[in-house]
Each structure stands twice: as structure tokens, then as C-alpha cells.
Design a protein around this ligand. Structure first.
Ligand code: NAD
Length: 311
């Protein structure tokens, strides 16, 4: 099989590249190296069947040319990370909307099965008491700042789904819930690598908010094999499938665990959301995936707990 992986120089995409090459497939990575890095792919650069193309998913012709030669497309390229979204809102929105449109349209044009990476954030923050026009919510989320990411990913799902159902070209939408592992960078706000970096440098570990908010971290080593299995499962086509971990932890609990596992002398400090991300920032208190659809479709069962993931 010849696979195109957009965003393949990034965290999840580089692990998917490793996985596909190890299975004997050919892989072409398309990445603009904005948050990804060639060092994530250095182990593959001399492997037969591997090719890296530096380019932008907004480049319609390039996307079309690469997809035309492929048997499968894994679309992972996106503007990600809270800092990135908040600092470059317009560019992020454009990449996440039009970039996905380019990839999906090319896949459908050439009848190439495709996977589109979405996010748990499409579930939004549905804790409002009433539905008012003046709180600028769509999909249950404030559209300001970082929530443009969730809104764009929600539209990506629609683009993927509608093209998939109208064309009959196989399409799978994957909703990732806080996937972590080696090569993930803390530079754009991802909490686990940020805390680990702070712990290893003995800097204060900065918890945003009260630290009572709860998350469930999934290992990239559990998630990546699920992507290829879903693409091989017709019952998964035109479905949005949650993928994540099983162990829930508060962010304060995560900080404590990282201090303990690294033997760090770092203190834990608290910064309020607005100070960290700017005015009007909100976050959800709990994010925990129901992965029973993936379990039913492909027998998905996360095997790594939080200590394995951090270790
Ligand atoms: P990442 O930043 O490591 O990977 C994204 C890759 O896309 C990077 O290599 C980046 O250089 C590339 N990219 C960005 N804009 C591009 C453009 N215009 N053209 C070409 N390449 C471009 O992030 P990741 O965590 O590996 O995320 C991969 C996908 O999974 C993204 O679509 C993201 O939205 C989604 N996702 C990830 C998580 C998670 O927990 N890691 C959670 C939800 C969704």
C-alpha cells in the first residue's frame, strides 16, 4: 500500500510513519515543518519506500499530485496547540478548514480512502445554563481564541463525512483525546511534555486553573495501530470514532505523578487561565473518552497506563 500522511513529521504522524514502514508499506509524508520536525523522521530517511515532501496542505496542486499516487491518505496536518491557535488565529483557521478541504477533495477526486484527524474538542464545553446569542457559542463552544480550533475541526468532520457519503469513497474520522508519547513537544501548550520539561529542569510546574480539571491521556502506541485497523474496517466508514486512554487523572494529580516519577525538586504553582491564555479563556472540567465504538469495531483496548505513558 502507498500511504500519504499529511502532518507526518509531527508527533502522531511520525509514529504512524514508523508503523506503516515497519509493516512494509510505502509512505509519503507531506509536512510544512511548522510544528513538526525532520528529527521525528530521521530513523526513516534511508528506508526504502519512505519519502518526505516539504509543503503546505493549502497548496491544492501539490496535495492533488501526491494524493493521486496514493492508495490511502491519513490527514493529520493541522495548526495545533493552544498557544499556536491563540497567537495565529486566522492562519490556524485557514489551515484547519481549507487544508482539510483540499485533502478530502483530492481523495474523493482520485477515489482514495481517507482518514481525517479530529479532536475530543468537538464535544465542546456544553455546560451553559441557557442558550443565548450573546455568549458567542457555536457547537457549544465559545468561538473566541482557542475554540476556533474546535469549530474548524467540527467543520472538517462534516466535510469528510458529506464527501464520504456522497462519493462512496471510504472515510474514517478519528477523534483523538489527549494522545501523548515520545516526540510530543510542550512548546505549544501540551500539558504532559510541558510538565515533564519543567520537572526535568527543576523549574516550577505551572498548573493552569485550579488543577482539579480531569483528563485521560492515551498512548500514541495504542492509538496509531488503531488508525490502520479502522481504515481496514468497512463498518467504521463514515463514522467518527473516539480514540484515547483509560486512566483519568486531575491535572494536579498529573503534576504530582510527574514530580514523583522524575524525582524532581520542582514546586507546583498555579496560574489562572486568563493569565496563561488571555482574556475570556475557558476550559472544560472533565474530558474522558467513551471508546466503546472503537472496541466494538476493531477490539480497541488501551493497554498503557499513565506511568507507562510518562515513563
Ligand atoms: P503535531 O503538531 O505534532 O502534528 C501536526 C503536523 O502538521 C506538524 O508536523 C506540522 O508541521 C504539520 N502542519 C501544520 N500545518 C501544516 C500545513 N499547513 N501543511 C502541512 N503540514 C502542516 O500534532 P499532533 O499531536 O501529532 O496532531 C496530529 C493531528 O491530530 C492534528 O490534526 C491534531 O489536530 C489531531 N489531534 C491531536 C491530539 C493529541 O492529543 N495529540 C488531540 C486531538 C487531535
Amino acid at each position: 500500500m502507498k500511504a500519504v500522511i499529511t502532518g507526518g513529521a509531527g508527533f502522531i504522524g511520525s509514529h504512524l510513519s514508523d508503523h506503516l514502514i515497519a509493516q512494509g508499506h510505502e509512505v509519503t509524508v507531506l509536512d510544512d515543518l511548522s510544528t513538526g520536525s525532520l528529527s521525528n523522521l530521521s530513523q526513516l530517511k534511508d528506508r526504502p519506500g519512505f519519502r518526505f515532501v516539504q509543503g503546505d496542505i493549502l497548496d491544492r496542486e501539490l496535495v492533488d499530485e501526491l494524493v493521486a499516487e496514493a492508495d490511502t491518505v491519513f490527514h493529520l496536518a493541522a495548526a495545533v496547540g493552544v498557544y499556536n491557535i491563540v497567537d495565529n488565529p486566522l492562519r490556524s483557521l485557514r489551515i484547519n478548514l481549507h487544508g482539510t478541504e483540499n485533502v478530502v477533495e483530492a481523495a474523493v477526486r482520485h477515489r482514495v480512502p481517507y482518514m481525517v484527524a479530529s479532536t475530543s474538542e468537538v464535544y465542546g464545553k456544553n455546560d451553559a445554563d441557557g442558550l443565548k446569542e450573546d455568549d458567542d457559542r457555536i457547537y457549544g463552544s465559545p468561538v473566541k481564541s482557542r475554540w476556533s480550533y474546535a469549530a474548524a475541526k467540527g467543520l472538517d468532520e462534516l466535510v469528510a463525512y458529506i464527501h464520504g457519503t456522497e462519493s462512496g469513497v471510504p472515510c474514517v474520522i478519528t477523534r483523538f483525546f489527549n494522545v501523548v508519547g515520545p516526540r510530543q513537544t510542550g512548546r505549544y501548550g501540551m500539558v504532559v511534555p510541558r510538565f515533564v520539561d519543567q520537572a526535568l529542569s527543576s523549574d516550577p510546574i505551572t498548573v493552569y486553573g485550579t488543577g482539579a480539571q480531569r483528563r485521560c491521556f492515551g498512548s500514541v502506541y495504542d492509538v496509531v495501530p488503531a488508525l490502520t485497523r479502522l481504515m481496514d474496517t468497512p463498518e467504521a466508514y463514515n463514522r467518527a470514532v473516539n480514540l484515547g486512554g483509560r486512566e483519568e487523572v486531575s491535572i494536579k494529580g498529573l503534576a504530582d505523578r510527574i514530580v514523583e516519577l522524575t524525582g524532581s525538586s520542582s514546586a507546583i504553582t498555579y496560574v489562572d487561565y486568563e493569565q496563561a491564555y488571555g482574556e475570556g479563556y475557558e476550559d472544560m472540567q472533565r474530558r474522558y473518552p467513551d471508546t466503546s465504538l472503537a472496541a466494538r469495531l476493531i477490539g480497541y483496548e488501551p493497554t498503557r497506563d499513565l506511568n507507562d505513558i510518562i515513563g
